[in-house]
Write a protein that binds this ligand. Structure first.
Ligand SMILES: *Cc1c(COP(=O)(O)O)cnc(C)c1O
Length: 340
């Protein structure tokens, strides 16, 4: 299959119109069959709950080209399960796992010429979305829903290899203690735009959200999960009902335990006890790991391993997970779905 002419390694995370996207419509209690379409716009009712009341959600996952040329998805069943957990919280219908994965597979296959080749560091990013539509005005679940999946090729997040960046804690919250923090909904992102801009304006990559009830514990790093490597070599990540459960994070936790025999802990991470960590990072599908150089809090920058160099444990976790994702290293059972 001839590929489109792109400088794969230089691509950024920006929108690009690829050839096909999948769309399916839920009405009268059931999904239609769904189909691939070429138009990249959707027309929805002016009263759609997604437009007024934020009844919507999304997912993000990637397709990788292996050395043998086959294309594979990384843990799409986890994204399907998370979308359905979010759908429950938003009172939206489930997208059955088989339908979700089939939609992703169809989009990858139809856009094969946009899937970055192996060895370029680039991947095909898939964006599934689920929104409430149809004629409505009251605050209640929508009468109809749309489920779509589109894709864009994206370059390696770090063009010159892993590089630590600094973050600052925010005085704002992204989600309430019993709110929608664990759901992948646009409202959490809308709430994060201003704190993000403030952090960037002050010279930081993004902000760190503390637990909304007490502001003493780390919750999220921008739109990524936090992990720290203790001085004793344990992989630690915060546990809280208002954190979005990152699939990358749980994959790293398993790699730390199974591949490297590390102790792993999900527990509170106090912002005034950062010196327990030798290294720290943020993790999510987009960058896999963003090493954290330092965290600015209460007037001081706390530096972990180094402001300019990635720590050895962070690096080996990154290399191993990326190796699994590209098919260069063996994956735990069930993590890989080959596109055929
Ligand atoms: C999507 C997301 C993450 C990362 O999850 P992955 O499954 O690893 O991509 C982390 N935090 C927030 C707030 C998110 O929306």
């Amino acid at each position: 299959m001839a590929k489109v002419d792109l400088d794969w390694g230089k691509l950024s995370f920006s929108y690009m119109k690829t050839d096909y996207r999948y769309i399916s419509h839920w009405k009268n209690g059931a999904w239609d069959k769904g189909s691939l379409v070429t138009e990249n716009t959707v027309t929805i009712a002016e009263g759609s709950t997604a437009l007024h009341y934020g009844q919507q959600c999304f997912e993000g996952l990637k397709a990788y080209t292996r050395a043998d040329g086959k294309i594979q998805l990384f843990r799409p069943d986890r994204n399907a399960a998370r979308m359905n957990a979010t759908a429950d919280r938003m009172v939206m219908p489930h997208v059955p796992e088989e339908k979700f994965i089939d939609a992703c597979m169809q989009v990858v296959k139809a856009n094969e010429k946009w899937v970055p080749p192996h060895g370029t560091g680039a991947t095909l990013y898939l964006r599934p979305w689920l929104v409430g539509v149809g004629d409505n005005i009251g605050v209640k679940p929508a009468p109809e829903y749309l489920f779509g999946v589109f894709c864009i090729p994206v370059g390696p997040y770090f063009k010159e290899g892993l590089k630590p960046v600094n973050f600052m804690t925010s005085d704002y919250d992204r989600a309430a203690p019993r709110g929608t923090g664990a759901a992948k909904v646009g409202g959490n992102y809308a709430a994060s735009l201003m704190p993000h801009e403030e952090a960037v304006h002050k010279g930081f990559a993004d902000c760190i959200y503390l637990d909304p009830a007490t502001h003493t514990k780390i919750e999220e790093v921008g739109a990524a999960n936090f992990f720290g490597i203790t001085k004793a070599g344990a992989f630690v990540t915060p546990l809280s009902p208002s954190i979005l459960p990152s699939i990358t994070k749980y994959s790293l936790l398993q790699v730390a335990k199974d591949n490297f025999g590390m102790k792993t802990e999900e527990r509170d991470v106090y912002i005034d006890r950062l010196d327990e960590f030798a290294e720290a990072g943020a993790c999510g599908t987009a960058a896999v790991i963003t090493p954290i150089g330092g965290i600015f809090h209460a007037g001081k920058l706390h530096v972990f391993h180094s402001e300019s160099e990635t720590g050895p444990v962070t690096r080996k976790l990154y290399d191993t997970l990326v190796g699994i994702q590209y098919g260069d290293l063996p994956a735990p059972a069930g993590w890989i779905r080959v596109v055929e």
